[in-house]
Write a protein that binds this ligand. Structure first.
Ligand SMILES: *Cc1c(COP(=O)(O)O)cnc(C)c1O
Ligand SMILES: [Zn+2]
Length: 416
């Protein structure tokens, strides 16, 4: 604990004290947490991590808190699933799923960033937590603010899935639906922040929030037996997760916990909102903002805050970016459920479907160790599958009724 020296500008390297700020006053670059790696090297070993709790807090020395975490004590350390059946379907012999669809407490990767952001907000003395969200962040902020006994005021674009809305309201949060896209909501929140002294987890608390994502990368490496994989396929919204998985692997390399990192990082988006993968495919480092139009609402950010760094991460690693249609997203969600028994949300359909495409393109090779990021839970985006299945057969509670349907239908479906 207490390995944070302050903040540092990612561009001009100017240093700042620890404060709830996120932009450099001099060059307008984003601020990052500035760690005392010399001190960290003295205390972090494989053994020190392995003897920690079965949660993301086993990496506490590498996370930006000065005090013990206040919320999300059970967040993280989600399963790394060996996906033999899906691997067979995709033609990959060493395929894994990093499954945050079962993360505690709100079933998405966002629980990691929020547990850090709210713990930090408490250190700063805030009593109200806020955010602009595409849905999962709203769920996690509402839940963990409730756990902390803090107030929350949460902003979402209109038209989100019912599960994301109810999954926010249930915690007693103040929820505001804004007419517009996520990018409109985000801009509005920046303006609200001028008048209201709130902790906006992904705006003024963003440098700390972002580092919560590092735990997802640490876990992949530790759970592979202190190895980094050949490929990781990452869903991209604001580009926090993709840059922080890369950062996590390189911190582990610097600490001598893994060998030289040779992982290719692949960005995955929905074609209906693909500013990052489009730039990668065009060989450009600049985001051209888009107006989102996709069922993958949780990753529908048209003007991503860290998009430039997301592009750079994929390129620097030797990876690539791909996107798939809404139809392909639905097929991939079903394929994952049918092969591995994992029901992911639309963003997980994006990473599974994009992986399939990358294998077909020869960018991911059959025998390479490949990790697909599954970052959210399918029960929250049921609308996406609304047209896929007919209602279950209804019968009387009588054996004749069953045998009738059995000989008419079930036998044809392979039951005997
Ligand atoms: C937020 C989110 C992501 C990625 O978010 P970044 O802003 O790129 O870090 C991925 N998957 C799901 C399900 C999300 O909710
Ligand atoms: Zn700067």
């Amino acid at each position: 604990m207490g390995h944070v020296k302050g903040l540092i500008c990612k561009e001009c390297k100017r240093e700042y004290a620890q404060e709830p700020i996120h932009v450099c006053e001099f060059c307008f670059g984003p601020l990052e947490v500035n760690y005392d790696y010399e001190a960290i090297k003295k205390v972090v070993t494989k053994q020190s991590i392995e003897s920690g709790p079965p949660s993301m807090w086993r990496y506490e020395a590498l996370l930006p808190l000065d005090e013990a975490p206040k919320v999300g004590l059970h967040t993280g350390f989600t399963p790394l699933v060996r996906a033999k059946n899906l691997g067979k379907a995709l033609g990959l012999s060493h395929l894994y799923l990093k499954n945050d669809s079962v993360n505690h407490p709100t079933f998405s990767f966002k629980d990691r960033v929020v547990s850090v952001a709210i713990s930090k907000a408490i250190e700063f003395g805030f009593d109200t937590i806020s955010c602009a969200s595409t849905g999962n962040l709203a769920n996690s902020v509402a839940a963990q603010a409730a756990e902390a006994g803090l107030k929350s005021c949460i902003f979402i674009p209109d038209g989100l899935e019912a599960g994301k809305i109810l999954g926010t309201l249930v915690y007693g949060a103040q929820l505001i639906s804004v007419k517009g896209s996520y990018d409109d909501v985000n801009r509005l929140c920046s303006e609200i922040g001028v008048n209201h002294n709130w902790a906006f987890v992904n705006i003024n608390i963003r440098p700390y929030y972002g580092d919560g994502s590092k735990s997802y990368g640490y876990e992949i490496a530790e759970q592979l037996g202190w190895k980094t994989p050949d490929n990781v396929v990452v869903p991209v919204a604001g580009s926090s997760l993709i840059t922080k998985i890369w950062k996590a692997f390189h911190e582990f390399e610097m600490l001598g916990l893994v060998d030289k990192v040779q992982t290719k990082i692949f960005a995955a988006q929905a074609t209906g909102c693909s500013p990052v993968t489009t730039a990668i495919k065009n060989g450009s480092e600049n985001i051209i903002p888009v107006k989102p139009n996709t069922i993958a609402k949780s990753i529908a950010i048209g003007n991503p805050a860290d998009g430039y760094y997301g592009i750079k991460t994929a390129n620097a690693s030797g990876g690539y970016g791909e996107d798939i249609s809404d139809e392909e997203i639905v097929s991939a969600m079903k394929l994952l459920a049918e092969t591995e028994g994992v029901f992911t949300e639309t963003a997980g359909g994006v990473t599974v479907g994009v992986t399939q495409k990358l294998v077909q393109q020869g960018r991911i090779k059959p025998d390479e160790v490949t990790v697909i990021c599954i970052t959210g839970n399918g029960l929250k985006t049921q609308e996406a599958l609304a047209d896929c299945f007919s209602a279950p057969a209804v019968i009387e509670a009588k054996i004749d009724s069953f045998e009738e349907i059995f000989s008419n239908d079930l036998a044809l479906n392979g039951l005997h």
